[in-house]
Ligand binder design. Structure first.
Ligand SMILES: [Ca+2]
Ligand SMILES: [Ca+2]
Length: 298
């Protein structure tokens, strides 16, 4: 009898233990589910915060357009937004002037390579200590045919043979040229852009490596000196640029601008366990509110 009672007791304890285990598993699942819901809510809100950052950027750029017709990194829009904290969110971001970079889509017009732009790109590659032969590879990545340089046929199907939608389009080209690896792309990235229209480079926001490439006969050292001078007195027009370079330095005015149209908004939002970041391309034309062309999560 005692042993039966003992067995019943053990059974009861076992059932209780199993029930407790099931309950704790249930609780555990409920907790995961709750966290998932919470994360989704936080994510949705964080995305709203990033949208707010885009709208802020558009408003700042619109305000700038109403004030002047020159753009340079000393203007308020170009200053990094200090991290803002509101209702548990931390938002940070900045606006970058993409017209200050070499636009890779300038390399090709209507499917045909533009040799003068390839020459600029070759100089930029040299200034960045990257192989100049990358220029031919990138041109073939974009132009309509499948030829690298005169006469060399490429493996069919590899290049995209159209303009780049964004720099991500260039990642597919990694490996088709031994010099074009992820490290080379990382070096190139801050100096180039993939814009949906042909652009001139804004002489005010171009890095010295890009500036030097835009002249046929300006050394990188002289471009650094020019940039240092510029950062104290921004160029309002081609006359200002001409005055800032030494005599005998040829300037092709068709390569330079002093205002910008395309801007990259980079924003990060954090809330609780959620941290998301994105980039958005804004197109500002004249004094109109900038238009969003694309956004990508990063
Ligand atoms: Ca401006
Ligand atoms: Ca091609």
């Amino acid at each position: 009898m005692n042993s039966q009672r003992g067995a019943a007791l053990i059974l009861a304890m076992l059932i209780a233990a199993l029930a407790a285990m099931a309950a704790s598993q249930f609780l555990f699942r409920a907790q995961i589910e709750w966290r998932r819901l919470e994360n989704a809510r936080d994510l949705g809100q964080a995305q709203q915060v990033l949208r707010a950052a885009e709208n802020w950027a558009a408003a700042v750029l619109l305000d700038d357009a109403s004030r002047n017709e020159v753009d340079h990194p000393g203007e308020p829009w170009a200053q990094k937004l200090p991290p803002l904290e509101a209702e548990g969110y931390v938002l940070s971001g900045r606006i970058s002037d993409l017209d200050g970079r070499f636009n890779l889509n300038n390399l090709v017009r209507d499917g045909v390579a533009v040799p003068a732009q390839a020459a600029i790109f070759r100089r930029l590659l040299a200034n960045l200590r990257l192989p100049e032969t990358l220029a031919d590879t990138v041109v073939d990545w974009l132009d309509a045919d499948t030829r690298i340089g005169p006469g060399t046929e490429q493996e069919p199907g590899a290049p995209i043979n159209r303009p780049l939608a964004n720099l991500g389009d260039l990642r597919g080209a990694v490996g088709i040229d031994p010099g074009l690896d992820a490290a080379a792309l990382a070096v190139l990235q801050p100096y180039v852009a993939a814009l949906p229209a042909a652009t001139r480079v804004n002489a005010n926001s171009a890095a010295p490596e890009v500036l030097a490439a835009l002249f046929d006969n300006l050394s990188l050292q002289d471009a650094y000196a020019l940039a240092a001078k510029r950062d104290h007195a921004w160029f309002r027009n081609s006359g200002d640029l001409r005055n800032a370079v030494a005599e005998g330095v040829a300037i092709d005015d068709a390569r330079f601008a002093y205002a910008s149209r395309f801007f990259l908004v980079s924003a990060q939002a954090r809330h609780g366990r959620i941290a998301i970041a994105e980039q958005a391309l804004l197109d500002r034309q004249g004094k109109a509110l900038p238009v969003l062309l694309w956004r990508v999560g990063i």
